[in-house]
Design a protein around this ligand. Structure first.
Ligand SMILES: [Zn+2]
Ligand SMILES: [Zn+2]
Length: 348
């Protein structure tokens, strides 16, 4: 089968590999019907993910059809349409029982697919801990609607959940990339009084304005003043930092009112400074981290009910055999690209 493979720093190649087989009684084999490219894949390509294992098939955003399951798998069966979770988790350890599945202590726990073990930019993928890692797609929900459930939408949903948003709040979302827009949609589900999106690129600000009437947009230069003018207590009540730019962490806490919650979802290229003397007395609450991606059943339900729609993020579609072109477009942000969908290799 075709599998897009991390061969070394800067070197991804479409290789012909054997189809994966069950290795553990909790595994499932999934035929990939749609996948996508994530910024984290680019981080692997650029060599900035040290735990990524050369030789693995990349890709951790996909949906598909279950082909085969191990003897201990009970939640899904062959023929089921499923979303695949970016995180592998056992469901039984201390962290899993608390819902902190990102820190699952299983050897494959956390982000393994498409990083430490073979992922889904391929025709088939082996999913460990399949009872936890797969969720059935409700009837009437298409692959394109479900594509982001296991990764960026899981992240947005989790970020909005932990941010303790109230109906009187002004919420600032920094970054209107794919994860930023998923986060925005999940923030809107909580009906805060005002939502402001800060984004550097004009095209993306316009997209937000078009898709979500009522949401205000602003560039980073004007953000501090703008947020102050549009909130009741000198700054945003809740800030979600989803941009990960060189100065967006500073912007996040500077735009927050005293005693605000600042949720940092972004992944930075380097360490960030927490200037405690400057922020002394502001009494902020910081929440940080990687998604605890155990909310897919809820987000699928919200998609089925028409409450979440991430399909406008899919701006381009390529078949697997042309994935190289898709990467090139995504990496260089050409042609207004937000997300690329990868369809199975075309029939010859
Ligand atoms: Zn990702
Ligand atoms: Zn666990």
């Amino acid at each position: 089968m075709y599998a897009y493979t991390y061969c070394g720093k800067g070197d991804f190649r479409l290789l012909d590999k054997p189809r994966p087989v069950l290795r553990d009684s909790r595994d499932a084999i999934v035929r990939v019907t749609l996948s996508s490219i994530c910024t984290s894949d680019l981080h692997i390509k650029h060599g900035s993910v040290p735990r990524a294992v050369p030789g693995i098939t990349v890709g951790h955003e996909m949906v598909g059809i279950v082909e085969e399951v191990g003897s201990q798998v009970t939640a899904v069966a062959p023929g089921d349409r499923v979303t695949v979770n970016v995180e592998t988790f056992c469901g039984e350890c201390f962290f899993c029982r608390k819902g902190w599945v990102n820190n699952c202590t299983d050897p494959n726990g956390g982000w393994a697919l498409g990083c430490r073990i073979d992922g889904g930019q391929a025709e088939y993928v082996r999913v460990p801990c399949a009872d936890q890692g797969l969720d059935r797609i409700p009837q009437g929900v298409t692959d394109r609607q479900a594509l982001f459930v296991g990764d960026i939408l899981a992240t947005g949903y989790w970020a909005a959940q932990i941010s303790e948003i109230g109906e009187e709040d002004t919420v600032l979302v920094i970054g209107a990339g794919p994860t930023g827009i998923c986060t925005l949609q999940c923030v809107l589900l909580q009906h805060p009084r005002q939502v402001i999106v800060c984004e550097r690129e004009r095209q993306r600000r316009e997209l937000v304005g078009r898709l979500y009437p009522g949401v205000l947009t602003v560039g980073p230069e004007e953000a501090r003043e703008f947020v102050r003018d549009h909130s009741s207590h000198g700054g945003a009540d809740v800030v979600l930092e989803v941009a990960g730019g060189p100065s967006t962490f500073q912007l996040a806490w500077q735009c927050a009112r005293p005693n605000a919650i600042v949720t940092v979802v972004a992944l930075y290229d380097g360490p960030q400074t927490l200037p405690l003397p400057e922020m002394y007395g502001k009494n902020l609450v910081f929440k940080t981290g990687g998604v605890d991606g155990c909310n897919c059943a809820q987000t699928l339900e919200l998609i089925a009910r028409g409450k979440i729609d991430t399909t406008p993020l899919i701006t381009h579609t390529y078949p697997l055999e042309r994935i190289e072109e898709a990467y090139d477009l995504f990496e260089h942000r050409r042609d207004g690209v937000i997300k690329v969908a990868i369809t199975p290799r075309s029939e010859k």
